[in-house]
Design a protein around this ligand. Structure first.
Ligand code: ATP
Length: 356
């Protein structure tokens, strides 16, 4: 198992700065996700790790080896792409064995290691088929086996599941996690699918415009976004602007159009002081509609548009000129639009206060 470190990595394409002074440290054996909107630089970073892009500035370290000048075929990385890139004329076995034959390994070893890799992705019984006789999910497993068979130092995955349907994607997420952990591989996984990142990653980085905005575990990034961009990109969020009344330790209170909101200070906003402007970030599922008033973070108002989705009901709740999105899980009934004196409530632990 190796760590992967990038330091001050910068890569431009003409006028476009695809990576802007990126620093990241990925721990040995970690399943690390790069997440961000289209064009933020995810693929450029992954391709730089693989050696297909040569950055103008900065360092790439695999363990203690600086690999900046090492060509792609000598970096010993395993790559899996969105398009599985299997050779259509070869059988599954031949596709997986190809990399080992290139290394001129003895026949017996090629056979054994290919069988092991196919076993690891649960595709041993398909060895003699051609790729066009496999489903999309099965082809993706073969692409994974082909990357694993050469015993790479690390695994680099570029949107590996985006060609699969939703159900298969769910299954394959868990499968990829199992394989990476079984092989104890340091893995960098690019996706724009936040659910994929939240459900599979050990840690993730959110990128925008070539910069890393936040790094953390799925829970840290989801529950404690350090910026509005991150809060908006990962999950949904209500933003309520206000003026700081009091900020001390981990908590702050702000005066807003809704009334006073108490929340947890984001790490990036510890320097907030009374009188400064700030924004409360409240996830829709953190808000609860009640018929009674609570002491703190409680806003009187009315339900507007309401939609029932089975497992969740979505409401637009109007309070003091502010509209808040609310998700109510396991709705037993729908709050009526004409009901008066409803209250919306959020636990201060679930509210994040950000510096503007
Ligand atoms: P997506 O999710 O759409 O794949 P991404 O986050 O992977 O996007 P990159 O492919 O890394 O984004 O691209 C980052 C920026 O660099 C974009 O503005 C893109 O247009 C630009 N770019 C990437 N590769 C090249 C290239 N070979 N030539 C010119 N510009 C490029």
């Amino acid at each position: 198992m190796i760590s992967i470190e990038v330091a001050k990595l910068t890569k431009s394409f003409g006028e476009t700065i695809a990576l802007d002074d990126v620093d990241l440290k990925i721990e040995p054996g970690e399943l690390f996700f790069l997440l961000g909107p289209s064009g933020c630089g995810k693929t450029t970073l992954l391709r730089s790790l693989a050696g297909f892009n040569v950055p103008e500035k900065g360092d790439i370290l695999f363990g203690s080896d600086r690999v900046n000048a090492v060509p792609p075929h000598k970096r010993n990385t395993g790559m899996v792409f969105q398009s599985y890139a299997l050779w259509p004329h070869m059988t599954v076995h031949e596709n997986v064995a190809f990399g080992l034959k290139e290394q001129k390994l003895p026949k017996d070893e090629v056979k054994l290691r290919t069988a092991e890799a196919l076993e690891a992705v649960r595709m041993a019984e398909y060895a003699e088929r051609k790729p066009n006789q496999l489903s999309g999910g099965q082809q993706q497993r073969i692409a994974l086996a082909r990357a694993l068979v050469v015993r790479p130092r690390c695994l680099l995955l570029d949107e590996p599941l985006s060609n699969l349907d939703a159900k298969l994607r769910n299954e394959m997420r868990l499968e990829i996690r199992r394989v990476c952990k079984d092989f104890k591989l340091t893995t960098v996984y690019v996706t724009h699918d936040q659910k994929e990142a939240l459900s599979v990653a050990d840690r993730l980085a959110i990128l925008d415009q070539g910069k890393v905005l936040q790094v953390g575990s799925p829970q840290e990034v989801y529950r404690r976004p350090q910026s509005k961009f991150v809060a908006n990109f990962i999950g949904e969020a209500n933003f309520v602007k206000g003026t700081v009344l009091h900020a001390a330790g981990a908590m702050a209170s702000i005066e807003t159009e809704l009334g006073v909101i108490i929340g947890t200070l984001a790490e990036s906003s510890k320097s907030l002081e009374a009188g400064m402007t700030a924004t409360a970030v409240i996830r829709p599922e953190s808000l609860k509609i009640e018929t009674f008033q609570s002491e703190e973070n409680c806003f009187q108002g009315k339900v507007g548009d309401a939609t029932y989705f089975g497992e969740v009901a979505q409401y637009h709740f109007q309070s003091g000129g502010v509209e808040l999105k609310v998700f109510e899980l396991n709705p037993r009934f729908m709050w009526g639009q004409r009901e008066q004196d409803l209250y919306l409530w959020a636990d201060a632990e679930d509210v994040v206060i950000l510096k503007d």
